[in-house]
Write a protein that binds this ligand. Structure first.
Ligand code: NCD
Length: 448
């Protein structure tokens, strides 16, 4: 029997699988009522620890349209979570006897990954903290594909709170894999997180660049813009030269709201958040651009462009139903879309000893410490850059130990590269290493 497929990150689907999902979604969108035989007798559970309108309701609508049933814990404050029950225990019960599939939304990064360790049925990540939101990305890609007939080579602007918007992170990875151009216009102070930029660079061959420039409507001139320019030659056409990076014609602007619930210090709105309205949309560079937003919006897209045919955010939300119908039917094995093997991702290993080296305060490895074996994800062995397998943040450590030799080395020592990934232990300081019986390893002699 093939292993259960989960959808935790957008990387869990291959490009070919995504294309097949779009084809099926288009088919389902024609007459959504006529598919009620597909998932008859199947049950999906919505476990929502954070608020949601579109994600939960479109999943539930999709399941009902497929003839299946839905059980829902939309307000986990009313569930045993309020009695202190862990996510792990909840998923053990719900993702087994109660349902054939679990859709989970949670405020901790990595929650869906943890859920996969306890669920005996497929888990779909409906958003985990500021980390990823792969099904929103599928809806976004599907919308682009419907509107433009392709994704590869499109010039897409990502705007707003790029730091805490999980939709942005999953979308950027997927756009990179499809070979689209990605231009980032962050709200100042809310730039793309370092770990996302690093993955784009190291795994998807997209090179982040910073240029000068300030408002969306002036994309073709100067503003505070980070340009992410793919390295593949076919993707360079948008940019003029290495100094005056200019955007020509944009295919889509993807705007996001300030994710104030995740802003650590000031929970109020950032003052003067960027806004996309009639004036900005009159820019020549945006003449043919569709305007997208995962919703809910606040004031970052003004209502004066709602009737503009380029504004597709409500269509984008509506397309969530056929897309999620296709995804549910695929994950329940009722239509042939998924390949038996999950695409091979980066190497992941449990950390065999020592304290959890992940320092991200809202990572599930910290918020559910009792149930989590810290895990490390290796992006590649040189440079040596382990990340938390739950929240994807880079791990911070000064020393690395080897569980077989019991030696530890400075993190930047060439000796570290010789240690098998599954034998590596991470220490903040020498005292932590020595407390576990590790001894300082010899420094490799410099090459003469
Ligand atoms: C997004 C989310 O929850 O991350 N909403 C959604 O799922 N459509 C975007 C947001 O809340 O800003």
């Amino acid at each position: 029997m093939s292993p259960i497929r989960h959808l935790v990150s957008i990387d869990d689907l291959s490009i070919a699988e995504m294309r097949r999902l779009f084809e099926r979604a288009r088919e389902f969108s024609v007459e959504p009522q006529s598919w009620s035989h597909l998932c008859r007798g199947r049950i999906s559970a919505s476990l929502f620890y954070e608020s949601s309108t579109r994600t939960r309701l479109s999943f539930e609508s999709a399941m009902l349209r497929l003839g299946g049933g839905v059980i829902t814990a939309a307000d986990m404050g009313n569930s045993s979570a309020s009695k202190g029950e862990s996510l792990a225990d909840t998923v053990r019960v719900v993702g087994g006897a109660y349902a054939d599939l679990v859709v989970l939304r949670h405020s901790s990064e990595g929650a869906a990954r943890l859920a996969t360790e306890y669920s005996s049925v497929p888990v779909i990540n409906g958003g985990d903290g500021s980390h990823e939101h792969p099904t929103q990305t599928l809806c976004d890609l599907y919308s682009l594909w419907v509107e433009r007939g392709r994704i590869e080579g499109l010039d897409v602007v990502l705007a707003g709170d790029l730091r805490y918007s999980r939709t942005i992170h999953s979308f950027a990875y997927a756009l990179a894999r499809f070979g689209a151009n990605v231009v980032c216009v962050p709200q100042p102070g809310f730039e793309m997180p370092e770990y996302v930029v690093r993955r784009l660079r190291e795994e998807f061959a997209i090179e982040p660049m910073r240029a000068n420039a300030s408002r969306l409507g002036e994309l073709a001139s100067t503003s505070d813009v980070v340009y992410l320019t793919p390295q593949k030659p076919h993707q360079l056409s948008l940019f003029t030269d290495a100094k005056g990076w200019k955007v020509g014609r944009v295919d889509a602007v993807y705007m996001t709201r300030p994710q104030t619930e995740r802003h650590p210090t000031d929970p109020s709105d950032p003052t003067s958040y960027m806004q996309l309205g009639k004036r900005a949309m009159s820019a020549d560079s945006l003449r043919d651009a569709v305007v997208m937003h995962p919703l809910p919006r606040r004031d970052e897209i003004s209502a004066d462009i709602d009737a503009d045919p380029r504004s597709i955010y409500f269509k984008q939300a509506a397309r969530g139903v056929p897309l999620r119908m296709a995804l549910l039917a695929a994950m329940l094995g009722e239509i042939e879309v998924l390949d038996p093997e999950q695409p091979r991702g980066a190497e992941v290993h449990p950390i065999p000893e020592g304290d959890n080296p992940c320092e991200a305060p809202s990572c599930i490895s910290r918020t559910e410490e009792r149930h989590v074996t810290p895990r490390v994800r290796f992006q590649g062995r040189a440079p040596h850059r382990p990340a938390c397998a739950f929240c994807s943040n880079d791990l911070t450590f000064a020393f690395v130990g080897c569980t077989t030799t019991r030696h530890y080395h400075a993190a930047d020592s060439p000796a570290v590269r010789q240690i098998r990934p599954d034998h590596q232990v991470f220490f903040p300081d020498a005292a932590a290493a020595e407390a576990l019986g590790f001894v300082r390893g010899a420094q490799p002699s410099p090459i003469a």
